[in-house]
Ligand binder design. Structure first.
Ligand SMILES: [Fe+2]
Length: 336
């Protein structure tokens, strides 16, 4: 059993399992030339021993080997929970279509045919690792979004007047960001930020949140604290930090009369200025504890008049155009 010198890094470590010493060394050289580090084993048994101590990012394995062949090795690895996600690439010769068939039945995706061409080897391994990383990133992203949705639902469950508010505000804000040509990354953070914008309401007592009449000064103070409380909750979560401007500034006003900081104009981060439009539009078009729902046309007129007072005067006409366009589109889809 051989092993490359030095401590292999987690990201670029390939386990090469091959009984033929010269094939093994051609492969290891080609990979190391590309900056990969390698672990090497002569059969499945030796490879399993190495896997007790190492976590390679990919396994490249021959099929026909003494002691434990490639497919038996593959099955043994897949039975170990810690190792189930490691991608496998098999080395096979032209004549072994039976092995390929057996491998397919076991869920093996990638094959390299011998004799190995170093360039093709590196290309396939790079592509496989890239694909694995992309799948992992997408899975992590989905998991984040699910967590955020659960948190957002927790607020809605407490506030009977705002059911569906988060979902609708997120939709309106996303339309707006797309109209402004925001990048995918900014749009992604907007989705999180819009869903979490009222997360601080979790700390507001239910009697204040659901009070049908006028709030006292103290109750207003509590209600307004949801921006700062929300920001406090999220500040410690690294991947949610870009959502803070949405949570903290969606109640600021262009004329400086908003809260929590009372900043005005472009001092208010664009995230807050954009979300304020979507948030107010939804609040006015739905029935709340303190008012009945108004029509789309009435709300568009109110928002137009508030440009330069409550809202950013440059964003407002774009918002009105987007909302009118999306409403016309939705109407067209409805059966007459
Ligand atoms: Fe809010």
């Amino acid at each position: 059993m051989t092993q490359s010198l030095g401590i292999p890094s987690l990201q670029r470590l390939i386990l090469v399992v091959e009984d033929n010493a010269s094939v093994r060394s051609v492969i290891a050289n080609a990979l190391e030339f590309e900056g990969y580090e390698t672990l090497q084993a002569r059969n499945g048994k030796e490879a399993l021993a190495l896997l007790k101590r190492h976590m390679p990012s990919l396994i490249l394995s021959d099929i026909n080997m003494p002691q434990m062949d490639g497919l038996q090795f593959f099955q043994a690895v897949r039975r170990i929970p810690r190792l189930t996600a490691i991608p496998f690439v098999f080395l096979t010769s032209h004549s072994s279509s039976e092995d390929i068939q057996r491998g397919r039945e076991l869920g093996v995706e990638d094959y390299l045919t011998k004799p190995i061409e170093p360039e093709a080897l590196v290309r396939i391994i790079n592509a496989r690792l890239y694909r694995t990383a992309a799948v992992e990133a997408a899975q992590v992203g989905r998991a984040y979004l699910e967590t955020v949705k659960v948190l957002a639902n927790a607020i809605e469950g407490r506030d009977r007047y705002t059911r569906g508010h988060v979902e609708r505000v997120t939709t309106y804000a996303l339309w707006m960001a797309k109209a402004l040509g925001w990048t995918d990354q900014h749009i992604r953070m907007l989705e999180f930020g819009a869903r979490l914008h009222d997360i601080g309401k979790i700390v507001i007592p239910g009697r204040v949140l659901n009070k049908p009449g006028k709030l006292t000064d103290e109750e207003w103070r509590l209600m307004r604290s949801h921006t700062v409380e929300g920001a406090k909750m999220l500040r410690g979560i690294q991947h949610l930090r870009p959502t803070l401007p949405y949570v903290l500034y969606h109640h600021e006003r262009w004329d400086g009369k908003g809260y929590p900081e009372g900043i005005g104009g472009k001092e208010i981060p664009i995230q807050g200025r954009l979300l304020a439009l979507a948030d107010v539009y939804d609040a006015l078009t739905t029935t709340r504890a303190y008012h009945q729902a108004r029509t789309h046309e009435e709300v568009m007129e109110i928002i137009r008049q508030e440009a330069g007072k409550h809202f950013d005067p440059q964003l407002t006409p774009i918002f009105i155009e987007v909302m009118n366009r999306m409403r016309a589109r939705a109407r067209k889809k409805q059966p007459a």
